[in-house]
Design a protein around this ligand. Structure first.
Ligand code: GDP
Length: 402
């Protein structure tokens, strides 16, 4: 009865889930709470238990189980309780401590409201400390904003002297593929990736297909890869057979669609490279559309994020949490394919990430003390705006930037 808990509720695509789960774990560490997770449809099929001799899965007979109805307007949510003044975030505002609920639902999803956002304020953290059960649902990487809460600053500095390694360490600590997923990973790796001298990953995620015709996306991938010298150019005139082989490279493409893989592979089959390198191209699956919570579909997604993380050079798509997981686990600073504006290719077509950290897409912009809107990307040196989402926040290593 003396323990306090964070219960993480499953929600959204797999990349989003992994980012929010790592964030919830860090929050549990900072607040001396135990983390339990709602297994959802597939969490137990995807991940091994990270903590020896115990389980992080919430027991199936857990008495509070109506959370599928919890959303941003739920009366049990922290924001709703504040809004209707059922609880007070003023220091010592709940004179009668026993009136506090035994649990509160924390809605930290992308669509959260201003009252929910007060979660990131110091006074609210003091209040939440008195509530033993926090049920947290999120689909975002909210870690950067935890760095802006003064109470946690010192501990975070001790845990992560290098600020841009948070997801790298937490992800590698928490996320271990189950044997079935590990089978997918190792069979792909041994068959297609292990033998090449160099491995490159290209993660293609198209959010707005109507405004991103295949040829535009392909042109952008090639423009980025050739300009950054990640891939060799092909020669349309040289002899069809290169006399010398100067190296071998394998390109791992991940996408719901197979068209980018087909086109890049054809390019290197139909023409020799100008450098004499041999380029092979591989795509493990093309699932056509997102099928969240379908077991084999999610296993493939997890295996592909892991395989991308094993490459030495990575190109990712802007805004994609799938790509963030791969870069974070791999400790890679990818080239990010920026989102086209008005249907034209951005210039330059891609940007090198400032750090391997994921971006928090929907951070609060609030100065809790002054009670005014501020730019939270300009408060401390290691929390900055993201390369791909200008209003987002991400951790960077200040020392490296200087
Ligand atoms: P995001 O939407 O790009 O931020 O990434 P998420 O992982 O949260 O959600 C996208 C979901 O679509 C994934 O979890 C997969 O289920 C599916 N998906 C998207 N891209 C790929 C891909 O390249 N390969 C596979 N196997 N699944 C994908």
């Amino acid at each position: 009865m003396e323990c306090s808990y964070v219960v993480w509720l499953s929600y959204s695509g797999l990349g989003n889930r992994m980012l929010s789960l790592a964030s919830a774990f860090l929050y549990a560490l900072l607040t001396n709470r135990l983390l339990l997770i709602d297994r959802g449809a597939d969490m137990a099929d995807l991940f091994c238990e990270p903590f020896p001799e115990t389980s992080w899965l919430l027991p199936l007979d857990f008495p509070i189980n109506q959370w599928s109805s919890f959303n941003k307007n739920a009366p049990q949510s922290y924001g709703s309780l504040l809004k209707c003044k059922a609880i007070s975030n003023v220091p010592d505002g709940n004179a009668n401590g026993s009136s506090l609920p035994a649990y509160v639902y924390l809605h930290l999803g992308h669509d959260y409201g201003d009252f929910d956002k007060l979660f990131f304020c110091e006074d609210d953290q003091q209040l939440l400390r008195k509530i033993p059960w926090l049920l947290l649902r999120s689909n975002v990487y909210f870690v950067p904003s935890l760095f802006l809460i003064p109470t946690y600053e010192e501990e975070l500095g001790r845990l992560f002297p290098q600020r841009d390694t948070v997801f790298h360490h937490l992800g590698r600590y928490l996320f271990h593929p189950t044997n079935l997923v590990w089978g997918l990973i190792t069979r792909s790796y041994r068959s297609y990736l292990a033998k090449a001298e160099e491995r490159m990953g290209i993660q293609v995620r198209v959010f707005d297909a109507a405004n991103a015709p295949v040829q535009h996306v392909l042109d952008q991938i090639l423009a980025c890869s050739l300009a950054e010298k990640l891939l060799p150019d092909v020669s349309l005139h040289d002899p069809v057979i290169s006399s010398t082989v100067t190296g071998s490279k394998v390109v791992l493409v991940t996408s719901l669609d197979s068209v980018y893989f087909e086109k890049i592979r054809s390019m290197y089959w139909e023409h020799p490279t100008t450098t004499g390198e041999i380029v092979s191209v591989y795509q493990p699956s093309h699932e056509e559309y997102q099928q969240t919570e379908k077991q084999m579909h999610e296993m493939k997604a997890w295996a592909e994020m892991y395989l991308l993380s094993s490459t030495e050079v990575l190109v990712t798509s802007a805004w994609s949490t799938f790509g963030y997981v791969a870069q974070g686990l791999g400790g890679l600073k990818p080239r990010i394919l920026l989102r086209p504006e008005n249907g034209t290719m951005p210039k330059p077509p891609c940007r090198r990430a400032l750090s391997m950290e994921p971006c928090f897409h929907t951070p609060p912009y609030y100065d809790c003390k002054a009670k005014v809107v501020i730019d939270t990307g300009a408060v401390i040196p290691h929390v900055r705006h993201c390369e791909d989402v200008s209003w987002g926040l991400k951790l960077v290593d200040q020392a490296k930037r200087l």
